[in-house]
Design a protein around this ligand. Sequence first.
Ligand code: SF4
Length: 77
Amino acid sequence: MPKGICKYYLNCSFFKRYDTELTRKDKITIFHQYIEVYCFGKLMHDCFRYIHLEKTGTSLSDDITPTGVKFSLDSSS
Ligand code: SF4
C-alpha cells in the first residue's frame, strides 16, 4: 500500500485545485475525497491521471478526475 503523497502532486492540476480545502470539512466534496483515496491513499497507482503521467509525461486538465471521468460544473438544476 502506498504511503505518503503521490510523486506527481506538484505537476497535477487536479490535486492543486482540490487539495487546498481538505482541512475544511464543511467544504469537502467528492473531489476532495478522491484526493484522500488516490493522492494519499491505496488507489494512487490506479489513478487515471497518474497512469497518463507515467505514459506521456504530461498532466491532464483539472476537470479529469482520478477515475478518468471528466466533470463539468455547468450542470444546471
Ligand atoms: S490525482 Fe492522481 S496523478 Fe494527481 S496527485 Fe493525485 S494520484 Fe497523483
